[in-house]
Design a protein around this ligand. Structure first.
Ligand SMILES: [Zn+2]
Length: 243
């Protein structure tokens, strides 16, 4: 860590290169200093050309609500950022635009009070309502998300809660488990409950989702038809985090 910190000081000033960032990259690369520096430089270049740090608005979502479904909902009781996603509630077909939306939404949830990246993880709540074969075939998006989270947000993802995953997805998961690294696969946590109220209760009991307003919103969403552009207004805890 000392050597990496000394190296970071030789780089152009950047609010990104915090001790926590260095630690995450070191952890992701199992202490391999050369790999860690290369990955940091790659992310710095990616951030410079892909992230707008202030005032980003997702233009496709502004023009057509429901284009993307990657919705920050505030934080769980451990301080991790909660993000709700539902493939059937997103109409956008551009992988690049979807990834840009997700990257900026994560960045906003990770911003500390001073605007610098906070030492925080995130939890992805994936709703499988309406999940069908067209969603199962979105391999390019899946790979792009995997690349984004692994290369540019390493050690940020705490877990992915899979709400009532259908058999179709379980088949995909078995295939994924054979090729993905086991640390990622271990973060996949199915949550099976008979009713939307049961799902929301389990999120509170087993996944530290203590925010009543986030749970009330989720309950309303889980009862709504799984089509794009029909989400209820977001609770105050989430409104400022959208892109
Ligand atoms: Zn969007």
């Amino acid at each position: 860590m000392e050597e990496l910190t000394a190296w970071a000081l030789t780089q152009p000033p950047s609010t990104f290169l915090t001790p926590h960032t260095l630690y995450r990259y070191l952890e992701a690369h199992r202490g391999d200093l050369a790999a860690c520096k290369a990955a940091l430089l790659q992310t710095l270049a990616w951030r410079a050309s892909n992230l707008q740090h202030a005032g980003f608005t997702c233009k496709p979502c502004a023009a057509r609500p429901g284009e993307h479904c990657f919705i920050p909902l505030g934080f769980d009781a451990t301080g991790a950022a909660l993000i709700y996603g539902c493939p059937a509630r997103a109409s956008g077909s551009s992988v690049e635009e979807t990834v840009a939306h997700a990257a900026h939404a994560l960045e906003k949830s990770f911003a500390g009070e001073d605007g610098d990246p906070a030492p925080r993880q995130w939890v992805w709540v994936v709703d499988f309502t309406g999940f069908g074969i067209t969603h199962a075939l979105q391999a390019r998006l899946g790979l792009a998300f995997g690349y984004l989270f692994r290369e540019h947000f390493p050690e940020r993802l705490k877990k992915i809660i899979l709400l009532n995953p259908p058999m179709l997805f379980r088949g995909l998961l078995a295939a994924l488990s054979a090729i993905a690294d086991e640390r990622t696969v271990a973060k996949l946590t199915p949550l099976v409950a008979a009713t939307p109220a049961g799902v929301v209760e389990a999120l509170k009991e087993h996944h530290s989702v203590h925010s009543e307003e986030a749970r009330a919103w989720l309950l309303e969403v889980l009862c709504a038809p799984p089509v794009p552009g029909t989400l209820p207004p977001l609770p105050p805890c989430a409104a400022a985090l959208q892109v």
